[in-house]
Design a protein around this ligand. Structure first.
Ligand code: PBG
Length: 344
């Protein structure tokens, strides 16, 4: 008969059972390790901007830069050399191009489309992921369009479909709807299929929370000012909720999502665990800008050991059940993974 755990570990079993025995030597720690972070787990977000010869650091994200397109090929070559499987582009659109309807999102020659083409030219095998949401392009900073003082779900859907098509035509491999409008995954899947993009994947930001951890990102893409005093709570989820996340994920899967994202990452490990257990889908965490900044700032102050903290923050996602992680630390960890095979 199976012993209940409390009996198995009762003091009677000591000293026969010593948990430390397996941990004594490096080889043994390697043998008993249950999870690992590999190059195959990494997705790297890249910020792009207008102009030329620009590599400017994002103030709130030390070590993360916005690149103008003429410098992008070098960055793509670098990321490729680290064997990172995929990148995700985020544009910083100049204010003059922002409108209330975000129509620059539909311009076939916009910053994102040009970046996709550059990336595909430099390395066709590097996976390219693009957000579908209007916030980089709207003057109010919201992900959808505003009608009668509300983010209008249904009117936004048709624009998002066009945005997805424009990006697919430019060569994007994975469309990542991050807008949290209801029904968007199904609409986008149909639009892609009708236009011959049956193999373009959808990685949906299925459970995306209205989070303060996005602060530095909004600085990076310049949607901060316009959003000041406004919130995305009418479409992004309440951090208090968990059952609702499972419903969101179930809906996106039923509408055709190939992969699902939980965002932010570290404060939502419980959600990741439940999602993986329940749906067994390819599941990803977005270790968002605020998580990056917290860790990076503490590293720079000397409060955290760089190698250990980054690895620990990423292995937590693997333990929770993630297939991969969207992380600003991707090049950093990739370099380490390439340089050594032993995590001690
Ligand atoms: C846009 C979007 C956001 C992030 C990714 N896509 C911000 C937001 O919803 O306001 C955040 C990423 C990060 O913080 O690193 N819809």
């Amino acid at each position: 008969m199976k012993q209940p755990p409390n009996q198995l570990f009762s003091s009677n079993n000591f000293p026969r059972i010593r948990m430390r025995r397996n941990r004594m030597s490096n080889f043994s720690r390697r043998l008993i390790s249950e999870n690992n972070v590999s190059l195959d787990d990494l997705i790297y977000p890249i910020f792009i901007t207008y102009g030329s010869n620009i590599k400017e650091e994002v103030e709130s994200m030390p070590g993360i830069y916005r690149y103008s397109l003429d410098l992008l090929h070098k960055e793509i070559e670098y990321i490729s050399s680290l064997l990172i499987p995929a990148i995700a582009f985020f544009p910083k659109v100049q204010n003059a191009l922002k409108t209330s309807d975000g129509k620059e999102a539909l311009n076939k020659n916009n910053l994102i489309c040009k970046a996709i083409k550059i990336s595909k030219k430099v390395n066709p095998k590097l996976g390219v992921i693009c957000d579908v949401a209007l916030d980089p392009y709207t003057d109010h900073g919201h992900d959808g369009i505003i009608i009668n003082n509300q983010i209008d779900n249904d009117e936004t859907l048709s624009i998002l479909c066009k945005q997805a098509l424009v990006q697919a035509e430019a060569g994007c491999d994975i469309i990542a709807p991050s807008d949290m409008m209801d029904g968007r995954v199904g609409f986008i899947r149909d639009a892609l299929d009708k236009n011959g993009f049956t193999n373009v994947q959808i990685m949906s930001y299925a459970a995306k929370y209205a989070s303060a951890f996005y602060g530095p990102f909004r600085d990076a893409v310049g949607s901060n000012l316009s959003l000041l005093k406004k919130s995305k709570k009418s479409y992004q989820m309440d951090p208090a909720n968990s059952d609702e996340a499972l419903k969101e994920i179930a809906l996106d899967i039923s509408e055709g999502a190939d992969m699902v994202i939980v965002k932010p990452g570290m404060p939502y490990l419980d959600i990741i665990y439940k999602v993986k257990q329940e749906f067994k889908m390819p599941t990803y965490a977005y270790q968002v800008s605020g998580e990056y900044s917290m860790i990076k700032n503490a590293i720079e102050k000397g409060w955290f050991d760089e190698d250990r903290i980054i690895f620990e923050s990423l292995i937590a996602f693997k333990r929770a059940g993630c297939n991969g992680i969207i992380t600003y630390f991707a090049p950093n960890i990739a370099k380490k993974l390439l340089n050594k095979d032993d995590k001690n």
